[in-house]
Structure formats: structure tokens, C-alpha cells
Design a protein around this ligand. Structure first.
Ligand code: GLN
Length: 188
């Protein structure tokens, strides 16, 4: 997996942390802010942050159509937290810019006020035990089509894969565990 050029959408949110993880995995991370930069990468991470803000900026910089075009060409894309919201086809009770790519319905800020942020152990299919850092996280309340659940927290779906699309409600980039980054790199 050495040297794979992975873009991280760097409009807002936790993109630096993903960059560090990718470097530790031996990949070659690139911050993405323009359509031109999208042509130089083999995979894309859409980080956590504020999905409404990232969506608006993505639209403003015309990255929305470019990301969809790259998806259609088969480029792997991984969304964490806000990134997962942006990948979803459905966002419960919300109207906002999103990519409309993945057969999942998500609910924003779904874990409620008291437990807006927490850390827990997860069992991830094909990966094993992983630490889940949840920060005002969404969960997936429905999957359909080819979307496959890879992890649950209690009864909630928190990780899904659909072909070359990966979505996590939690933040692996905020832990020392590189297993999910490695998994994504293997998808490329
Ligand atoms: N609550 C944010 C949203 O709805 C996501 C939080 C995150 O990415 N950590 O966009």
C-alpha cells in the first residue's frame, strides 16, 4: 500500500488527523480543495466536521460533481462522521447539500445531548476490535441495496460498506489504531 495517493477533502473539519494516519500507513496524503487536485488521487477521505459547512463549500468549489464523477469511475471514498452524512442518499429530517451516493439513511447528532461524545470498543467485521470515538455523531437508521453493515454500537449501525464506498459514524483518525485506515487503503 506504500505511496498510494489519497486525497482528504480539506475544506473544514478533522483533515490533518487523517493525513497523519495515512502517512503512518505509508500512503501519500494530499489535501484537496480544488477540482484539479481531484485528478491526482486514487482514493478520497471526507473527514468529520460540520456536514452543512462542508456541503456548502463543496458546492461552492464545484467539488460535488467532481466527486460524483470520480465515484462513477470507481474511486474509493471513505466518509467519517460528517463525511458519512455527506455520502448518504437520505438524511433524516434535514435538507442540506449532500453527495447522494450511498444506500443509507442517516440521522445527524443522533446520540442525544448527554452522550453527544463518547469513546467505546467496537467489533468491526473483517477487522476485529477497534476503538470508536463518537463526537456529536450520526448513526445509520437504514441500509438497502448493496450496503453492508460492518459495525454496530448497541443496536445502532455505525459502519457500512457499499462496494468502494466506506462510511464510519466514528473517528478512527483520533485514535492510535490504524486498522480502518489500512482497510481503506486495501480497497484501493
Ligand atoms: N454533528 C456533525 C454534523 O452533523 C458531525 C460531527 C462530526 O463530524 N464529528 O455534521
Amino acid at each position: 500500500m506504500a505511496g498510494k495517493k489519497i486525497g482528504i477533502l480539506a475544506l473544514q473539519g478533522a483533515f490533518i488527523e487523517h493525513e497523519d494516519c495515512l502517512r503512518k500507513c505509508g500512503a501519500n496524503p494530499q489535501q484537496i480543495r480544488s477540482v484539479q487536485e481531484m485528478d491526482q488521487i486514487e482514493g478520497l477521505i471526507i473527514p468529520g466536521g460540520e456536514s452543512t459547512t462542508i456541503g456548502k463549500l463543496m458546492h461552492k468549489y464545484r467539488l460535488e460533481d467532481k466527486i460524483k464523477e470520480k465515484h462513477a469511475e470507481g474511486m474509493p471514498i471513505w466518509g467519517t462522521c460528517a463525511g458519512m452524512i455527506l455520502l448518504a442518499k437520505e438524511i433524516a429530517d434535514m435538507e442540506q447539500v449532500h453527495l447522494d451516493l450511498m444506500d443509507i439513511s442517516v440521522r445527524r447528532n443522533a446520540f442525544g445531548r448527554q452522550v453527544e461524545s463518547f469513546v467505546t470498543e467496537l467489533e468491526v467485521e473483517g477487522i476485529g476490535r477497534s476503538q470508536g470515538v463518537f463526537i456529536r455523531a450520526p448513526y445509520v437508521d437504514k441500509v438497502w441495496g448493496e450496503a453492508r453493515v460492518l459495525a454496530y454500537y448497541r443496536d445502532y449501525i455505525v459502519m457500512v460498506q457499499e462496494g468502494h464506498l466506506l462510511a464510519t459514524a466514528f473517528h478512527p483518525e483520533l485514535t492510535d489504531d490504524l486498522s480502518i485506515h489500512s482497510y481503506f487503503l486495501e480497497m484501493i
